[in-house]
Each structure stands twice: as structure tokens, then as C-alpha cells.
Design a protein around this ligand. Structure first.
Ligand code: C5P
Length: 401
């Protein structure tokens, strides 16, 4: 139980995403955390204190001027008698209060009085999230040391509007809390890292594309573990269906060319790990209109052209990161192919794996890799992708030391 014995004060403010906080309470308690809930007046319009209390199996704090609560714990103790405070959802209003030091209800008072780490999961309409006032507040809160998880892009529950503002999913918030509570050493503190992950989609026309079976699981796990060791990570991800890892800056791209552009923009960095299964080829001239099937003419010919090699470009770049790691997914001659790649791509080491269908590695949850460097070949055992990522992050930290 990763949060065993951790005491979390969960502040729920008034947004539709408050319904997800019920699940968040369950997930935190499953991991051994003690959850003390505090609800704003707005939150109680969306979920009831009864439901929140039943799930957290304890008292729900709602009122700054409750004589009973003040005698029992008091707002100052509420603010400090915990290991961390999580605000989920964090509304634009509560963030504005926090940024300006207002204390006119129990939530804002506790947030002003606390000396504990605070993680907030913002949730609001995209227009409110991108408003200059909110942008200013975000900057102030970051400077004050408040950590953020999300918001994510996607459709809004109430208006159907799309854009950034959806609250992070409960499991992502849990991961953010775990990262914050993790008192493990941070050997990569102060270092920056770029990780590519997932497949790329290469358009044929507006509705069709060329893709591959990469899930992004391995790359995302590596990004998360580098962040866990203290690195500031930019993850450039192709189209995947898995959630963004917590504590990582994620840039979503579609094609190889977009990925190269995002990676180049993220330079300089100390570390770069190229895990993405970048499509080697794209359609030379993708059509702006859907290519029509024409009776008797047979299939449309697809002329392919080579994509930029992102690893090779960065491996030989003027601002090449100190440590460059590549992957080599092969179905035959794994080691000799990886060795050839080291020099050709300018990598310090290549993580080689056999992705023959029988291994089940592509899209699966396990991996068995070999680390190929100028010093030789290291065979790693069959591990989960998460364990492989943890080990690789440790290995990278050793190399950077
Ligand atoms: O040559 P190959 O595709 O096997 O090389 C795999 C390695 O190169 C991986 O690290 C992959 O992320 C990277 N790569 C890249 N850009 C490409 C092709 C591969 O960054 N266009």
C-alpha cells in the first residue's frame, strides 16, 4: 500500500468534477491513506457531505464557524494535522483566492494556514482556464510552490465544449499524490529530460493514416520514473489511449514531423530517451480530400517518403543532450542491429528488445530488454514495463552522476 498511513486532507470545491472526488477517496483509502474531507459550499451543490462522509468513513468539514468543529480540531490544526493537502476539483474561484491569500471560508482559510505540501487538480471551463486572470493565478501559485495535476484536454461534462480544463482522472491524481509523498532520494533533481513515446500517425488523407501497434506504455513509464527521481520531464507522445503520467509535462503530437519539432523545441536537455515507435515512412503527398474509390481503377497508389529520424537528428545535434538513449525493436538479429545503431544514431546506449509477435511485448505489459552500449551488452530479466522503466531511470541516474 503505497500511501500507507499518509494523512491526506482532501478539499473538494464546487465543480461538476466533484463526482470524481468520490472515486478519488476510494482509491486513496485502497492505498492505505487516511482521508479527511473538507467541502466548500459550492461542492455541496454537486455531491452531498453524506456521500463523502460515507466513503471516507469520517467527519466531513464544511464550516469555518462551526463551533463543534472548532472545538474538535480547529481550522489551524486541520491545516497542519496532515501529510499533504489535495484540492480536487480546484475551481477557478478557489485558485484565485489561494493566489491572493483570501481566507473567507474554511477551504481558503485552511489553504492559507497550512505549512504542508499542496497538490491541486484544477477543473473548469476551457475559457476560464485560458483567461489571463487564471493564467496569472497559475503562475503565482506555481511560484508559491503549489503543485498541479492536470487539467486535461477533452470534452467538458456540462457544456460539451472541448479544450483544456477537464479534471485529471482519480488514478492520475493518486499518482500525483504518491509522487509528492515519495521521500525517496532524487538523484536527477535539477536535470531536464525529454522522452518520446507511442506511435506516430502519418496521414494518407483526412480520414486515413498509417500507424503501428505501439501503446506508449513503456515510454510513459520511463517518463514517470525519471520524474520520480527528480528530473523535469517533457514527454512528447504520439496518439495513445493511456493517461498522461503525473508530474510530467506532456506534449501530444500526431506525426513524426510534429514529434521532431516538439523535441527540438524542448532542447536543451540533459537527458533524452527515444522510445516512440516513429513511422519510418509517410505518404509523400497526403491528400487534403478523402481519396475516393473509383470503379475499375483499382487501389490508389501510395508513394512513401522517409520520415526524419528523430533520435539520429538529436544524437548529432549541436545541443545534443549529455545522455542519449535509443530503443531498438527488432524481430531478428537484435544485438547486431542495436550495436550498429549506437554509432549511426549517436546514442550512448540502445535498449534492445525482440518484438516478434510470440513475445507479446508490443502493446503488452511486460518487457525483456538488453542494454547495448560501447561497454558491452547487459541482459535484463523479464520484467513489467513499469519495472523496466524504474531500472532504466536508475541506470540513467547512475550515468549522469
Ligand atoms: O531505426 P529504428 O527505427 O529501429 O530505431 C529505433 C530508435 O530510433 C528508437 O529509439 C526510436 O524512437 C528512434 N527513431 C526515431 N525517429 C525515427 C525512427 C526511429 O527517433 N524516424
Amino acid at each position: 500500500m503505497t500511501l500507507s498511513g499518509k494523512r491526506i486532507l482532501l478539499i473538494i470545491s464546487g465543480g461538476i468534477a466533484a463526482y470524481k472526488s468520490l472515486d478519488l477517496i476510494r482509491r486513496l483509502r485502497e492505498r492505505g491513506a487516511e482521508v479527511r474531507p473538507l467541502m466548500t459550499a459550492g461542492a455541496q451543490e454537486f455531491v452531498t457531505p453524506l456521500a463523502v462522509g460515507a466513503l471516507s468513513s469520517g467527519h466531513v468539514y464544511t464550516d469555518l464557524f462551526s463551533r463543534e468543529d472548532e472545538q474538535d480540531v480547529g481550522h489551524i490544526r486541520l491545516a497542519r494535522d496532515c501529510d499533504m493537502i489535495c484540492v480536487a476539483p480546484a475551481t477557478a474561484d478557489l485558485m484565485a483566492k489561494m493566489a491572493n491569500g483570501l481566507a473567507n471560508d474554511l477551504a481558503s482559510t485552511v489553504l492559507l494556514a497550512t505549512n504542508r505540501p499542496v497538490l491541486i487538480a484544477p477543473a473548469m471551463n476551457p475559457a476560464m482556464w485560458s483567461h489571463p486572470a487564471t493564467r496569472r493565478n497559475i503562475e503565482t501559485l506555481r511560484k508559491d510552490g503549489i503543485r498541479f495535476i492536470g487539467p486535461m484536454a477533452g470534452e467538458m461534462a456540462e457544456s460539451g465544449e472541448a479544450g483544456e480544463g477537464r479534471m485529471a482522472e482519480p488514478l492520475q491524481i493518486v499518482a500525483g499524490i504518491e509522487a509528492l509523498m515519495d521521500d525517496a532520494p532524487k538523484p536527477l533533481a535539477g536535470k531536464t529530460a525529454i522522452v518520446t513515446s507511442g506511435p506516430t500517425h502519418e496521414p494518407i488523407d483526412p480520414v486515413r493514416y498509417i500507424a503501428n501497434r505501439s501503446s506508449g506504455k513503456q515510454g510513459h513509464a520511463i517518463a514517470a520514473h525519471l520524474a520520480r527521481l527528480g528530473a523535469e520531464v517533457t514527454l512528447v507522445s504520439g496518439p495513445v489511449t493511456i493517461p498522461d503520467p503525473a508530474g510530467v509535462n506532456v506534449i501530444h503530437v500526431e506525426s513524426a514531423r510534429d514529434m521532431l519539432e516538439a523535441v527540438t523545441k524542448a532542447l536543451p536537455a540533459d537527458i533524452a530517451v527515444f522510445v516512440a515507435a516513429v513511422a519510418d515512412w509517410r505518404v509523400s503527398a497526403s491528400s487534403d480530400n478523402k481519396i475516393k474509390k473509383k470503379e475499375g481503377e483499382g487501389p490508389a497508389p501510395l508513394e512513401l517518403t522517409e520520415n526524419p529520424d528523430i533520435l539520429k537528428t538529436i544524437g548529432h545535434h549541436a545541443s545534443r543532450p549529455k545522455l542519449v538513449v535509443g530503443f531498438a525493436a527488432e524481430t531478428a538479429d537484435v544485438i547486431s542491429n542495436a550495436q550498429a545503431k549506437l554509432a549511426r544514431k549517436g546514442a550512448d546506449f540502445i535498449v534492445a528488445n525482440d518484438v516478434s509477435p510470440a513475445t507479446g511485448i508490443m502493446g503488452g505489459d511486460r518487457n525483456r530488454v538488453r542494454i547495448v552500449s560501447k561497454d558491452g551488452v547487459e541482459d535484463w530479466p523479464d520484467l513489467s514495463k513499469d519495472e523496466t522503466a524504474a531500472r532504466l531511470a536508475e541506470r540513467i541516474a547512475e550515468n549522469m552522476a
